[in-house]
Design a protein around this ligand. Structure first.
Ligand code: S3P
Length: 423
């Protein structure tokens, strides 16, 4: 399905974005593992997080919604029932990878699979560490469907070969069930929502720099969770305001956990006019209101530790770098090849169609700046973040970009077009 995108518009006014996707998944998961009723305010009703709810319902967990509050009736670490059919995670990599850590320790077997993109995404990264913990996982040559025979697990000392919060979280969830302590060491820190929330629910978890120690426990306790706005969703609106003339917006209640703010730090270095107002903490997560004004941006190079802290925003970086003054280089970002699409290829191809000059490299991109965008027909590859990048680029085009397969935006940001219209 095609859509004529909003074009030649600036953004003005106050808005909020929907709840954080990573935190929403984890709130359902930990609520299901805890004993008692967990309430969740601000849950993201995007397709990915709804897949997580569906999987836990299929595992016998009662999850209800009343006045926009989700209630999860947790039955404890072993309170799941063998599902009648294979669990289906849709497009959600977070769901399949995190839930595998839990299913590895149950006393039943089950199968997990997902859509045509999920079955192409690498699962070796979780099969390897979970197998070291004693898990029994069969797969289609390390791709989904995964067949997991639950068993007893042991602790593991694991040095993460890649920076991945999904892998780290899968191991940490399995570690709750292990017979001994688990130690996960990260070279570069990936998002730490699991660690923050596990602690909040009463797990025995200690963090020392990039080393996380988790001891087995007998129970987690239910909590009341309030979820902040998703910084990754906010970044699309932020870039929309930065690159258009005479824009001035405030996005209220956005999460600014430092493991997620890499892109904002880079934008500030590029000269962006962004202010963090009203900084506060909710359930251990840092939150603020973000004010953004149109800005003149200079080129910037990114590599190393900042990459995992802005991994979902690198397509947006390619967009702003194409408009900035000078040439920008992205290195150490080969993980982008394993997202909902190969984002090095898909973002370069689509931005080049509208006037950018981006050269793909093995682990990133070389992005020439000072470009003007010219409308064309673009493709989302069914990747929500590529679709939203193209929609943001259309704001500075004199004619509308026509975007094919735009519906995938519902995966993470169902109100995206409404917000653009309202601003
Ligand atoms: C996520 C972690 C990241 C990110 C994804 C969500 C999470 O993936 O790209 O959108 O919620 O843990 P990786 O951990 O595979 O890098």
């Amino acid at each position: 399905m095609e859509k004529k995108l909003i074009y030649n518009k600036n953004l003005n006014g106050k808005t909020t974005v929907l709840g954080d996707k990573s935190i929403s998944h984890r709130a359902i998961i930990l609520g299901a593992l805890a004993e008692g009723v967990t309430t969740i305010k601000g849950f993201l009703k995007g397709e990915d997080c709804i897949s997580t709810i569906k999987c836990f319902k299929d595992l016998g967990i009662n999850i209800t919604e009343k006045d926009d509050i989700i209630e999860v009736y947790g039955n404890g670490l072993y309170g799941f029932k063998k599902p009648k059919e294979a669990l289906y995670v849709g497009n959600s990599g977070t769901t399949i990878r995190l839930i595998s850590g839990i299913l590895s320790a149950q006393n039943f077997s089950c199968t997990i699979t997902g859509d045509s993109s999920i079955v192409k995404r690498p699962m070796k990264r979780i099969i390897e560490p979970l197998s070291l913990m004693g898990a029994n996982i069969n797969s289609n040559e390390c791709f989904a469907p995964l067949h997991i025979q639950g068993t007893s697990l042991n602790g593991v000392e694991y040095n993460m070969p890649i920076a991945s919060a999904q892998v780290k979280s899968s191991i940490l969830l399995a570690s709750l069930y292990a017979s001994s302590k688990t130690v996960v060491t990260e070279k570069f820190k990936s998002r730490n929502h699991s660690e923050i929330m596990l602690k909040y629910f009463g797990a025995d978890i200690n963090i020392n720099g990039n080393i996380i120690e988790s001891k087995p426990i007998s129970k987690l306790s239910s909590q009341n969770i309030e979820i902040c706005g998703d910084i990754s969703s906010a970044c699309f609106i932020i870039v929309g305001a930065l690159i258009t003339k005479n824009s001035h917006i405030v996005i209220e209640n956005v999460g600014i956990n430092p493991t997620r703010t890499g892109f904002l730090e880079v934008l500030l270095k590029m000269g962006a006019n962004i202010k963090f107002l009203n900084v506060r903490y909710i359930n251990g997560e840092k939150v603020c209101d973000i004010e953004v004004k149109s800005s003149y941006l200079k080129a910037y190079n990114i590599s190393g530790e900042i990459i995992p802290r802005m991994i979902d925003e690198i397509p947006l970086f390619a967009l702003v770098a194409s408009l900035a003054d000078g040439t920008s280089i992205v290195k150490d970002a080969s993980e982008l090849k394993f997202k909902e699409s190969n984002r090095i290829k898909t973002i370069s191809t689509e931005l080049n169609k509208i006037g950018a000059n981006i050269i793909e490299t093995d682990d990133g991109m070389i992005i020439e700046g000072n470009k003007n965008f010219i409308a064309n027909k673009c493709e989302s590859y069914n990747d929500h973040r590529i679709a939203m990048c193209i929609a943001v680029a259309s704001l500075i085009c004199k004619e509308p970009i026509i975007l094919n397969n735009y519906n995938c935006i519902k995966i993470s940001f169902p109100t995206f077009f409404d917000i653009l219209e309202n601003l």
